[in-house]
Design a protein around this ligand. Sequence first.
Ligand code: ASP
Ligand code: MG
Length: 421
Amino acid sequence: MQVFKFGGASVKDAEGVRNIARIIENFQDQQLIIVVSAMGKTTDLLEKVTKAYYKQDPILPDLFGKVKSFHEQMLDELFDDKNNPIFDDVANFFVEIDWIIEEEPQDAYDYLYDQIVSIGELISSRIIDAYLRVVGVKSLWIDARNYIHTDNNFREANVNWEKTQRAMESSIPALLEKNLLVTQGFIGSTSENFTTTLGREGSDYTAAIFAASLDAELVTIWKDVPGVLNADPKWFDATELIPELSYLDAIELTYYGATVIHPKTIKPLQNKGIALAVRSFLDTNSKGTLIRATNSTLPVSSFIFKVNQVLISILPKDFSFIVEDNFSHIFDVFAKHRLKINMMHNSAVSFSVSVDYDEQNIVSLIKELKKQYDVDFKRDLELVTIRYHNPQTIERVLVNKEVIMQLQDNYTCQMLIRSVE
Ligand code: ASP
Ligand code: MG
């Protein structure tokens, strides 16, 4: 059995959906689970819908209208038979959102977010399933919420692995005997049957959850890049494809911010020894990258860039040492404000961290830290991580830059830098 994952970029328009169908037609003799994300930029839009609803912003009908018209156009282009039940199906999902937004918001934001934003994946999986059937693929739509059981940590739900595996094992193998299965990435369900989401870009993780629970042979993530590259082409001109990658290097690269795969994806696959292919849906002849158990190290240095970083320096007000008690308190404050630390460094009297700039969360974080510490911050920084660094690679990223903070071990060099005029 294999698991395929198609992200939002692969289904951003009708041609994308037709392309997926062409890829899948070549695998009809396989047992296959297809995990799909919301189409194009739908998740971003639904996020805006949720915010507007929560704030009762008059822009709400416009935003929701955009989500609807995008999908209506998609349906129109894909389905010649206007009596295909998919038209009603999609309309019914929109009614679910209508029901939520009709009334003033009473529930917590994170809960509402998951109920609204999850509709993107529910709709896209329905459309892809319906289209596959039109072109003659024996597809069956399944609701991931019946299988992926989570706690109720809305927007970043944690998977209950035992319950999930039991649910999958008891019914999915029989379904796979007769059908190819299409399901949603990114979503799960609590024990009270409320929808949860697994964190932004979490569909890769969903593919890994299905694969690990059902002992798949292989997971393939189909992307608009040729595979895992040694840098994001957005920041670097001369990128190289990495044909093979160890689980450990893949975990390290995603941990430091390589966005090609969701960081939670690798571990469950590594535990089960399941390989992960990253391939291009645009060039299906190329093999892409295979992540598996191998001792080979990266053939080239890899660069990960994170822009829009803020350096926050925390100092005890009385110049006393920073000790364990301070650390645990400081980490708690960061977790509470949902700020993920990208790099950290401590000296005797200060503790410095770099985080992504998120105005709202940072203002409230600093306010809380200031009760106990002196807090300093610098904006507009870039964080560069080089895996398998050497003096040349370091020099290469420092052209017209100055280093604010640097950490280095044998494998990895992290530098927080800023442009010099
Ligand atoms: N649609 C969700 C997102 O954009 C999940 C995913 O794409 O993996 O975050
Ligand atoms: Mg997406």
